[in-house]
Design a protein. Structure first.
Length: 214
């Protein structure tokens, strides 16, 4: 008796038909509910039949051993079957999509919060670095200390679109009473335009409203 006969189905049976037959027979011959001597053997054979026929590759190999692979496969393809294979493909594709979404989102974050701020800082450096006459040190983030800005080296913050707020600060070793010296700039990455905010009351007011400066 082959697996098809065991499950009471034809070689052209769909996946749903195979599964339904398996569930019905496994309940009928399960050793916990059937005390017949051959119940355990039949239950095992039924499970083996389902494991084989529910898997497209194993089913085709089994059909070949029975000499009916070509006919059965052609009939199933015509009827649009092989749902197990389709499910596998969908699962594989769906697992790939989130990975690319994560990579894409990570790239956007890096571009907006690392690359663009550094570009804005480089533009300000190109315009003003010679006038500072001091070592700018490494690029660093903008930090707040009590009610004033403290900038160690350079800091940049996105304002809107390609407009960035850039600060440069250094410790005034010659006059400790003055603490840190801070220079503030507005940078347009599209045009490369740099405007100094320090001492410009209109620009200072604009950035105070955005809570970028105290």
């Amino acid at each position: 008796m082959n697996y098809y006969d065991l499950l009471g189905i034809t070689p052209n049976a769909t996946y749903e038909e195979i599964r339904k037959s398996y569930l019905d027979l496994s309940k009928k011959y399960h050793p916990d509910v059937n005390s017949a001597k051959n119940a355990t053997f039949l239950f095992t054979q039924i499970k083996n039949a389902y494991d084989t026929l529910s898997h497209p590759v194993l089913r085709n190999e089994y059909d070949m051993s029975l000499g009916l692979a070509a006919k059965a496969t052609e009939s199933r393809e015509y009827r649009g079957e092989e749902p197990s294979q389709k499910t596998t493909n969908k699962t594989s594709t769906s697992s790939i999509i989130p990975f690319f979404v994560i990579v894409f989102m990570a790239a956007i974050l890096i571009y907006n919060y690392v690359i663009l701020p550094n570009n804005a800082i480089d533009i300000v450096k190109a315009h003003y670095i010679n006038s500072f006459g001091v070592d700018t040190g490494p690029v660093s983030r903008v930090e707040r200390r009590s009610d004033i800005h403290t900038v160690y080296g350079w800091g940049a913050q996105k304002v809107d679109g390609n407009i960035f707020f850039v600060e440069y600060g250094f410790d005034n070793d010659n006059d400790k009473s003055n603490g840190y010296r801070i220079y503030c700039f507005e940078v347009d990455l599209n045009s490369g335009l740099v405007r100094e905010i320090t001492g410009n009351r209109n620009l200072e007011r604009k950035y105070m409203e955005l809570n970028l400066i105290e």
